[in-house]
Write a protein that binds this ligand. Sequence first.
Ligand code: GZL
Length: 322
Amino acid sequence: MGRTVRLALNAFLGAALAMSLVVDGHAQDKQITLGFAQVGAESAWRTANTVSVKEAAKDAGINLKFSDAQQKQENQIRAIRSYIAQKVNVIAFSPVVESGWEPVLQEAKKAGIPVILTDRAIDVKDKSLYTTMIGSDFLEEGRRAGRWLEEEYKNNPGPINIAELQGTVGSAPANDRHAGLMEIIKNDPKFKIIASQSGDFTLAGGKQVMEAFAKTYGKQINVVYAHNDDMALGAIQAMEEAGMKPGTDVKVVSFDATKGGFQAMIAGKINVDVECSPLLGPQLMSAVKDLVAGKTLPKRIVTKETVFPQNVAAQILPSRKY
Ligand code: GZL
């Protein structure tokens, strides 16, 4: 083969190889960088969620930039702005509250960086500001808790007085776990929410609020409706210090289904735990890779979950991952 032909063939093969590494305008061998703005470290759920995101990024070979906002929206916004400045491939975050995101998400859109929501939703008119939302259906979680109460008290004429420990004010899980419960009990007059206050999803917050509820309402309380296990565990401490018997005199309904929640069910102190899975890391990394590869994602990816009554806790706890 002549020299000229050999040189031309080498040039062609080199170009073909270079082209094969770029699909849909993205270099396939270039490592993906994901900027993730986490809410904080307020609960066992959040800690498990962070572990899931970090481990899944490592397994997926994705370069993860991670920030903890200590449950402050301004810190999350600052982190998102820094990811835009660093020109990451994708931004993902778990919005601490539902409102106030338009400005920073407009900046991400202008910079051409797609945004994925995980865990919690946002309330924006322009739905193009995010690509997809991966996480639980909190409204359905609230309905599941309401259905358990209806079943638990079906032969009880009432009144059934509920003390509610709400999650972070303005957050999607707090708003929707309340709304889902109300959908179920609003037509049953025997159920009455006699007290409702935020414990900010923390154990200390749940204990502090329950101390006040115990002082004010004491034995009038039939049910404690806690928006997560950490607040339920804090409320259990407060009830026991006030001489109340959580799980027997007072039924305790909780969310997340963490190991702490299962242990409290085995001890007879939580009566039902509505699952809310924090293990969103693998789904997030798969969505990031699809996005970078130019694939279209569904606007909503709902995590599959269930409800654990107290009587199954001992048999199921060994299989729980968080
Ligand atoms: C729910 C998540 C909530 C958990 C809490 O998906 O946002 O935040 O229920 C956590 O434990 O703090």
